[in-house]
Design a binder for this molecule. Sequence first.
Ligand SMILES: Nc1ncnc2c1ncn2[C@@H]1O[C@H](COP(=O)(O)OP(=O)(O)OP(=O)(O)O)[C@@H](O)[C@H]1O
Length: 335
Amino acid sequence: MTASVATNRGSAPLLDVRGLAVEFDVGSHRPPLRAVDGVDLSVAAGETVGLVGESGSGKTTIGRAVLGLVPVADGAIDFGGSDITHAGHRQRRELSADLQVVFQDPYSSLNPTRTIGQTLRESLWADKHLTPAGVSERVRSMLDRVGLGADAERRYPLQFSGGQRQRIAIARALMARPRLVICDEPVSALDLSVQAQVLNLLRELQAELGLGYLFVAHDLAVVRHLSRRIVVLYRGRVMEQGDAATLFERPAHPYTRALLDAAPVPDPERQRRRRAAAVRQGSASTVVPAEACPFAARCPHAIDACTTRRPPLEATPEGSLVACLRWQELRDGDA
Ligand SMILES: Nc1ncnc2c1ncn2[C@@H]1O[C@H](COP(=O)(O)OP(=O)(O)OP(=O)(O)O)[C@@H](O)[C@H]1O
């Protein structure tokens, strides 16, 4: 059973990514690095899709491709029914109200020289219908909604903690009432107790506003907390994707199992070392042959075929999609 594409069930997707490939130049004497290689994924209105994988797996690059921040080498990206794969400046400006992002680092993502009020107002630049009073009302209600008082408007980013800054970044992303927010590790720079508050806020806002989230994270526990569906990436390719509960209870890919075995990693220092090691392991110097499983070199179950055949995404009886030549044997306990 080979699945052609991996999509959400039901309604037409808000974001539809097909066969996405992104390449980076890594020097004149080396082939380009294929950071994202043939990825299919979709996000429906009001849905959260989690994108997980260790450092260097291409999660951020997928988000950046959707936002038009890196060129697409191959494949297509549709948003709200329009092809935005190679959207120009004008189409991007029109999209900016509907498609927003919350970055990982609340310390660098806010301009330190602008008050919070100025930052929030700026994100409404494209809305020509709002009166000045309407803008002020939107700023006040958004600050209130993310749990900050009205006095926050006159203050500067430096006067806030990391968690508060991430609330401000969320408020900024939601000011123009987007339909999809790319959340790129939005809580990984925060203390554990603050992480839970910010995640709850994201969940409440989603329920109220019907937002779709493409939620990028290392931490599977964080993704599970929020996502209905999860896409597992390794070296730019989808290893497995499916409904969150199935993926956690019956992971079909050896890489997904390895990720689950490694989680959770509550110690931030250990997490940092692990990420650094993963970056080294997945560095641009090791090119994955197109006709191989990228995980073969690390997989305890790899056979010769794994180094010469690209595993297709196949549907499991539970409805997940898995790219492993041996998933069925492994599940049946034959390996
Ligand atoms: N601008 C760039 N130029 C060259 N290589 C890049 C560039 N951006 C990303 N890469 C490479 O592309 C691959 C995927 O990177 P990406 O940041 O998307 O991974 P990630 O899964 O988001 O990792 P992390 O969790 O550490 O952010 C990595 O090998 C990275 O080194």
